[in-house]
Every structure is written in C-alpha cells, then in structure tokens.
Design a protein around this ligand. Structure first.
Ligand code: PLP
Length: 391
C-alpha cells in the first residue's frame, strides 16, 4: 500500500502541474467556434516562441512516435536514403521506422556514452558526392543515455560539407527544458511531444517544419493521410487539425505555455540545469567505493533533463529501480535495449523543485543500499550542499 505523494521521476511523461490539471477541468466547447480558435491561435503562437521559430508548427493527436512517422512520410519516397546519427535506443528506433517505410537507412556509428562528432558527420556527407542522402536524423537529448548532441555544431558540419540534406531533430526530451533554437540552428523538422518539458498529458505531438522541408513534401511519394502536412495547412492558412480537435489538450497547453512564459524560458533552462547538476553531484558521491557513475561521460554533453546511472558490473539496475518504487514510492526510468539492467534513469525535467528532487535522491541512495550495490555515502548531502547555495 503506497502512502503519501508518488514521486514521479521518470524521464517522461512528467509531473502535470495543478494549474494545468485545473485548466483542463472544464467543459467542452465547439472546436469550430471562435472561442476555441482564439485558444488554438494563442497555443500555436506560444509554441513558436518555445521552438524559437517563425516557421510552421503542426500538431497531431499522437505520441512522439506519430510525429516521427509524420516527418518520414511527408518528406520521403521509397528507396530514399537517410542518415541516422546514432546516439542510443531512440535514434535507432526512429531509423527502424524509416526502414519499415522502405527507406534506405544508414547509421552513422557513435559511442552511446558520448555526443555525436560533427567532424564524422561532415566527412560522411563530403563522401556523398552525388547527394543521395536526403536527410540527417538526430536526437537532441537521447533519453536512453542522458547524452546531449550538439545540434548547432552538427548543422555547421552539414553546411561545411555543402550538403543539401534536410536536418531533422527529435527534441522530445529537450524542448522547453534545454535551450533549442529551430531557426538559428537551421533545423528543418523538429519533432516534439506534449508529455515532457511541456508538462502536459501524453497524447499530443508536434512538428516544426521549415520552408525547405515544406517544399520537399511535394516530391514525397510515401502514402499519408492523417499525417499529411498539406491537409493540415489547408488552403494557405493554418487549418491546424485533422479531425476533431482535442479541446482539453489545448486548454492545458494554453496554461502550460503561460507558465513557461511567466517563469521565462531562460529561467526554466537554468532551473533544469540546477536540478541536473545536483543529481550529477549525488551520483559522483555514490561513485566512490567503485559505485555507480553517470553514463554520459563528457561533462558538457550531460543532459539537464535526464541522468542515466550506470551500475557496477554484476549489479542489477532494475533491482534498484524496483526497490525505489516498492519501498519508497519513487518511480524511475529503466534501461532500454542494450542498457537494460545496466542503468536506471532519473528524470529531472518538467514541473519539479528541489525538495522533490532531494526526496528522490534520498530514496535512490537507500535503494542502492537495499539492492546491495556498492556505493559511496553522501549523495544526498552533495545534492543538498549544491542546492542550498544561492543560484
Ligand atoms: N524520442 C525520444 C528522444 C523519446 O524520449 C521518446 C519517448 O520517451 C520518443 C522519441 C518516443 O515518444 P513517445 O513515447 O511519445 O511516442
């Protein structure tokens, strides 16, 4: 029997703030009416500020998987070649979907513990003299590893190779938590979901689409109806939705965007950095006695939204995770794919503050002990020391 607050520390979905829950706790309205139109317009304008774009944003009733698929079917034809920059489970998964649609998917190999290397991308694109590669697919924050990829530097690599490939970036676990700039960084398609930095329930997905990507849809031959960007764009004006619009999601999104703007995006990013840094300091304390370590090796590429914690060889990360849940009502993320049993993942994104994080870190420290994982003491103290200082 679980008592008290459930500490929800998964790297998505994330905690839904009371303000958003209350905003959604209202009756339905006509999604063709003027009242709803005003809400939708406010939401799309706010999303543009979060994506840092003046270009098009489209939305679907779907999870991130839907937005992944929408990007593929709107841009490509069977046999088209795309290059997936390997970063972990999610990058490879996006590529697998491309294969299912008959694309020729090449993977640019990369160590999961480190960010992608712009020089390697540039060299591969320079080699592609006939410009067969139609797009580069990248995950900004690889949620399975906690590694952040250098989007702007990778864009510069594409430009340095003078390659016309489209640049598609998955921001599902970075948007509205870590700085991302669609236009400044020359990203053609941005994939995002509702349930992480935007603090909404799971079930709405978005794509930011550049003018170059919109132009590419005309030649794309993969079948699409619900995902079809041309239908969503209507007759030159943003029709914004296929089918019945999920009015309650828009109520929630309106509130979420207002909250982000009240706090200020830069302050939101700083808060995420602070909570992430406290988590990393805790893990560094646990590292003593040959204990667990932060999976992402390079300090500059450690995500401010999720920390994957690698347990020592022979230990079971799932046991730590299960103990935290069963004994302390703290939910963590598990290891995915080849990292199953090797890492547990602490999500520190969305609507979160210091005491929530400290509660979770204390529970993890106790779970390490109970699960018999060797570790240094005092992770919680290291986090408190850091968070107790003036920001
Ligand atoms: N891409 C990344 C980076 C993710 O973290 C996730 C989910 O966690 C997905 C894609 C898939 O999104 P969804 O689960 O919303 O379909």
């Amino acid at each position: 029997m679980a008592h008290g607050t459930h500490f929800f520390m998964n790297p998505g979905p994330t905690n839904i703030p009371e303000r958003i829950l209350r905003a959604m706790d209202r009756g339905a309205i006509d999604f063709n009416g003027t009242q709803f139109k005003a809400i939708a317009e406010e939401c799309f304008a706010g999303l543009k500020r979060v994506f840092k774009t003046e270009q098009t944003i489209l939305a679907y009733a779907a999870t991130g998987h839907g937005a992944w698929e929408a990007a593929l079917v709107n841009l490509f034809s069977p046999g088209d070649q795309v290059l997936v920059v390997e970063s972990g489970f999610f990058s490879l998964n996006w590529g697998m979907r491309g294969e299912a649609f008959g694309l020729e998917v090449e993977t640019l190999p990369n160590d999961w513990r480190r960010p992608a290397d712009p020089a390697k991308l540039e060299a591969r694109l320079r080699d592609d003299r006939e410009h067969r590669i139609k797009a580069v697919l990248l995950v900004h924050c690889e949620t399975s590893t906690g590694v952040i990829n250098p989007v702007a530097a990778l864009r510069r690599a594409i430009d340095a190779a003078r390659h016309p490939a489209l640049f598609l970036v998955d921001t599902i676990s970075s948007l509205a938590s870590i700085d991302f700039r669609m236009d400044e960084w020359g990203v053609d398609v941005v994939v995002a979901g509702s349930q992480k930095g935007l603090m909404l329930p799971t079930g709405m997905a978005f794509t930011g689409v550049s003018a170059k990507a919109l132009a590419a849809t005309a030649a794309a031959k993969l079948p699409r109806v619900y995902w079809d960007w041309r239908r969503l764009l209507g007759e030159g004006s943003q029709a914004y939705w296929n089918g019945t619009a999920p009015v309650h999601f828009f109520y929630g999104m309106q509130e979420a965007l207002r909250m982000l703007e009240e706090e200020g995006l830069d302050n939101v990013f700083a808060r995420h950095h602070r909570l992430a840094e406290a988590t990393r300091r805790a893990v560094r304390a646990w590292r003593r006695n040959d204990g667990p370590e932060v999976y992402a090796i390079e300090p500059g590429a450690q995500s401010n939204t999720i920390t994957a914690v690698l347990v020592p060889e022979g230990c079971d990360a799932d046991r730590v995770r299960q103990t935290a849940l069963d004994r302390f009502n703290v939910s963590l993320g598990g290891g995915l794919d080849r990292l199953k049993g090797r890492v547990f993942r602490i999500g520190h994104l969305g609507d979160l503050n210091e005491p929530m994080l400290l509660g979770a870190i204390a529970a993890v420290e106790m779970a390490l002990e109970l699960a018999g994982v060797p570790h240094g003491q005092g992770g919680i103290n290291a986090a408190m020391e850091y968070l107790g200082t003036d920001a």
